[in-house]
Design a protein around this ligand. Structure first.
Ligand SMILES: [Zn+2]
Length: 74
């Protein structure tokens, strides 16, 4: 899929580090603040607390999906 721009593994690690520490996350390519969308997925009742977050850069159209472990706070 050559038309689908992606981040490198290094960039993904950088995004993840910032995202875990604090949002908003700047895009490593163009420094635009990335949009964060939680992905629900209808996983209620599966017995584990897993949340996926979809980070999208509105300028260069790259995106990244992370599994984020939620803390005990709810
Ligand atoms: Zn970007």
């Amino acid at each position: 899929m050559a038309d689908r721009a992606q981040y490198t593994p290094d960039e993904l690690e950088a995004i993840r580090a910032v995202f875990i520490a604090a949002t908003p996350v700047p895009c490593p390519r163009c420094t635009t603040t990335m949009t964060v969308r939680p992905i629900g997925g209808g996983s209620f009742g599966l017995g584990y607390a897993r949340q996926r977050e979809w980070l999208i850069c509105p300028t260069c159209r790259r995106s990244a999906i992370f599994d984020v472990k939620r803390g005990t706070r709810n």
